[in-house]
Ligand binder design. Structure first.
Ligand code: HEC
Ligand code: HEC
Ligand code: HEC
Ligand code: HEC
Ligand code: HEC
Length: 179
């Protein structure tokens, strides 16, 4: 009887700690090699596809090569603001060394999923923002990876793919997305 007086509160406290601590422990925060702002660059009137080109065959090229950045950032600014220092880091560590920035993805799907951009850009889903947030307004979004599932903060869940496929009458068999 006396035991329960201690065991039950202990158990409850343990459960509470796990419940509150789990979300924090499960996600690892990641940092991009360069702190890059979409909204700053959207103001320069650069098209999304200047940096994210469509590769032949419909696969998405992912991230821009360093030549794209070098076109506008050939030399250091020598400025002292945080933004200027970051742009200068880009020049000294990547542009001058002709090295691509090893950007981290926050949306990549697991390997068993087949997702081509091409069919999604021609037809019904209207524009990038039907699946991605409005990037032109984004600055330095939080980037996280789940330790247990390996999923990234913005990996699109299967339910969302399928909901759209069903409502737009696109193919929805397992083998369409898993091959
Ligand atoms: C069309 C020209 C253009 C291209 C292409 C371009 N930039 Fe910029 N970038 C600018 C301008 C102009 C500014 C300064 C904007 C301001 O101060 O308002 C800037 C600012 C920056 C900054 C500091 C502000 C911030 O936090 O984003 C970084 C870092 C940067 N650029 C990185 C890059 C990288 C990385 C690439 C290639 C993926 C790139 N830029 C491609 C024109 C460009
Ligand atoms: C000047 C080059 C540049 C332009 C213009 C640009 N992007 Fe990006 N984009 C990047 C870079 C560099 C990254 C990786 C760093 C980051 O996520 O901030 C990125 C990341 C992304 C991602 C996240 C991908 C991932 O795996 O995390 C999406 C989605 C995206 N861009 C969409 C867009 C859209 C939509 C537009 C047009 C509104 C656009 N981008 C314009 C350079 C650019
Ligand atoms: C139908 C939904 C959908 C639309 C529309 C869409 N995307 Fe994506 N995008 C995704 C998914 C899902 C991924 C992850 C793909 C993967 O991991 O195979 C992705 C990945 C990306 C990436 C990261 C590539 C990488 O290597 O990690 C960029 C950049 C990107 N998209 C930009 C764009 C741009 C720019 C547009 C508009 C021209 C666009 N997307 C339209 C769903 C979409
Ligand atoms: C916003 C709506 C929307 C979302 C979200 C979406 N899709 Fe689609 N998808 C479509 C439409 C519509 C088509 C058919 C396009 C056509 O036939 O021209 C399509 C076609 C496809 C195709 C080609 C099918 C074929 O017959 O060749 C694949 C593969 C695919 N989607 C995978 C995915 C995956 C994986 C996801 C989630 C990561 C996803 N889609 C999310 C609307 C969407
Ligand atoms: C329209 C695209 C699409 C279709 C259709 C689809 N899936 Fe998926 N599936 C995904 C995506 C994207 C993921 C990864 C994200 C996630 O786990 O939610 C996934 C994940 C999975 C996983 C792994 C879940 C995990 O936790 O690791 C299994 C198992 C799976 N799907 C089975 C199926 C089966 C069985 C069908 C047919 C009844 C099916 N899928 C149809 C897109 C699709």
């Amino acid at each position: 009887m006396r035991l329960w007086k201690w065991v039950l509160p202990g158990l409850a406290a343990g459960l509470a700690a796990a419940w509150l601590g789990y979300p924090r422990l499960a996600w690892v925060a990641l940092t991009q090699p360069i702190r890059f702002s979409h909204s700053v660059h959207a103001r320069q009137d650069v098209a999304c596809t200047a940096c994210h080109a469509n590769a032949p065959g419909g696969a998405f090229n992912g991230f821009p090569s360093i030549e794209v950045c070098a076109g506008c950032h050939p030399d250091p600014t020598g400025g002292r603001s945080e933004d200027e220092k970051e742009a200068d880091k880009l020049v000294s560590e990547y542009v001058k060394k002709h090295k691509d920035v090893p950007w981290l993805s926050m949306v990549r799907e697991p390997d068993h999923v087949y997702f081509p951009h091409a069919p999604h850009l021609s037809g019904k889903p209207a524009g990038c923002a039907s699946c991605h947030p409005d990037m032109a307004r984004e600055d330095y979004p939080e980037l996280k990876r789940n330790r247990i599932s390996g999923y990234l903060s913005r990996t699109m869940p299967m339910a969302r793919c399928r909901a759209c496929h069903q409502s737009s009458r696109a193919a929805d068999d397992c083998v369409v997305c898993h091959r």
